[in-house]
Design a protein around this ligand. Sequence first.
Ligand code: CA
Length: 238
Amino acid sequence: MNKALILVVEDDVAVGNLIATTLETQNYQYHRANTGAGAVLEALSCRPDVMLLDLGLPDMDGVEIITKVRAWSNMPIIVVSARSEDSDKVAALDAGADDYLTKPFSIDELLARLRVALRRVRYDNQKTSAEASIYENGALKIDYAAGCAYRGGEEIHLTPIEYKLLCLLAKNTGKVLTHNYILREVWGGAVVSDTPSLRVFMATLRKKIEPEPGRQQYIQTHIGIGYRMLRQKNGDEA
Ligand code: CA
């Protein structure tokens, strides 16, 4: 397999060097940028597989960079920010980022996030038009045309809201979706809806699709941020 190309956008030289060294030892290729303008330029010219984007750059707001890149690219964007910048992370995810890392992060965390992002790229590239009408992820299957969901071949009985929630998560597998995004997409903002009621719907959906209670095999919770559907490897992955 070709070496994946990662664009590392970071103005802190020490952090940038650490990431670059890590990528090198793991056999990834990388390009670096230390400004927002440089990031957009590199993203256009080197066409990376994944972009690691520090939100605290001197010249440009993270959301602005994501919006610019999203205008022509669907590449996974993982934002990196300090713990105090939770609202920035949410804004970045709403603008189209896939995932986030909070500084300080471990090497293992960084590599795990990259693997998730690259798995999405590979899957998106393989997807044929026939597969677009059937979703399969581990033991989970959705037949969009029939409006049915299955687990291990058994139909799962979902309420209309649960089904909409499941489809939204499935269509964005690998991506962290914020509470606001989910509320907007599922309820359209017309009905009184809020994060606590979303949590209730998510709990009942989980009971129906997760094989083990308490284990987040399919739907991952991001406290204070949102939820993500995880792509399963051979039907069994933590
Ligand atoms: Ca910074």
